[in-house]
Design a binder for this molecule. Structure first.
Ligand SMILES: C[S@@+](CC[C@H](N)C(=O)[O-])C[C@H]1O[C@@H](n2cnc3c(N)ncnc32)[C@H](O)[C@@H]1O
Length: 253
């Protein structure tokens, strides 16, 4: 049986996905009819629940990928394809600590919070309070908010933290905040940046040369999806061709 409080995903016959926390007294209203969630409490993942109109919805345990696809966004977000590499480069693991700016819609925040676990801590900095609220709501919806400390402040004033083992900056002019970042991170800590244009990467690299940064890496990640049809296996007609350039370094004080 799926315990109440679990994250669940219900998938319609047409593939529409609904992600939520399982609460016995809740109901899901869909175009295919109503699903009282107390029915789902008596099931296991991988089974089907029937709406009051007789349509069958698959009950799945959502992965982090599913949650990221569902983030309500009002800013540009970091995509799953980039997030995977960021997590590896920053060494994100259960019980760790990391800082990020800006929070935006909370796509990266969610992934950091997921992997850092309930003994870990994400410090998320954002200067616009509407995005602090949006990020916080997106995290709350999936039960990860308690792992995040939200800092409603401009990182120009510094992070007000020291000895943090990793950091990621996703703001338009990260080169303006390198001194603040260096002050907040441990010696040797990995740091990462996402920038949509090459011009910004140039600015950042120049600033890094005179800041305490070493072991620089610049890359972009392309994912080319294929149509999963065995008899006509070929790429999809469209792909996300560009999200941003990733820059990584180590902080040497
Ligand atoms: C592209 S969004 C971040 C998206 C986020 N990483 C995500 O995955 O959803 C950039 C955010 O940085 C914030 N920002 C820009 N400059 C900032 C600064 N100096 N201090 C704090 N936040 C800043 C913006 O308000 C915006 O919300």
């Amino acid at each position: 049986m799926i315990p109440t409080g679990s994250l669940i995903q219900l998938v319609s016959p047409k593939g529409k996905r609904y992600t939520m926390i399982l609460e016995e007294e809740k109901e899901l209203h869909t175009h295919d009819g109503l699903i009282p969630l107390n029915q789902v409490c008596h099931m296991d993942f991988g089974q089907e629940v029937t709406t009051h109109l007789g349509r069958k919805y698959l009950v799945l345990k959502p992965t982090l990928y599913d949650l990221l696809k569902n983030v309500q966004r009002k800013t540009q977000i970091i995509y799953p394809k980039d997030i995977g590499y960021i997590l590896l480069k920053l060494g994100i693991a259960p019980g760790g600590e990391v800082l990020e700016a800006g929070s935006g819609s909370g796509s990266l925040t969610m992934a950091l919070a997921w992997y850092i676990g309930d003994q870990g801590r994400v410090h998320s900095f954002e200067r616009r309070s509407e995005f602090v609220e949006l990020c916080s709501r997106n995290l709350e919806r999936v039960g990860l908010k308690d792992r995040v400390r939200f800092h409603d402040r401009d990182i120009e004033q510094g992070f007000g933290l020291t000895d943090i083992p990793a950091g990621f900056i996703d703001v338009r002019t990260p080169w303006d905040y390198l001194d603040q970042l260096v002050a907040a991170l441990q010696n040797g800590a990995p740091a990462g940046f996402l920038l949509p244009t090459m011009n910004q990467v140039e600015w950042l690299l120049r600033a890094m040369e005179s800041a305490s940064c070493t072991d620089m890496e610049v890359l972009e990640i392309l994912v080319r999806p294929y149509k999963p049809v065995a008899d006509r296996l070929r790429p999809q007609d469209r792909m996300v061709a560009h999200t941003g350039y990733l820059v990584f370094c180590r902080i040497m004080k």
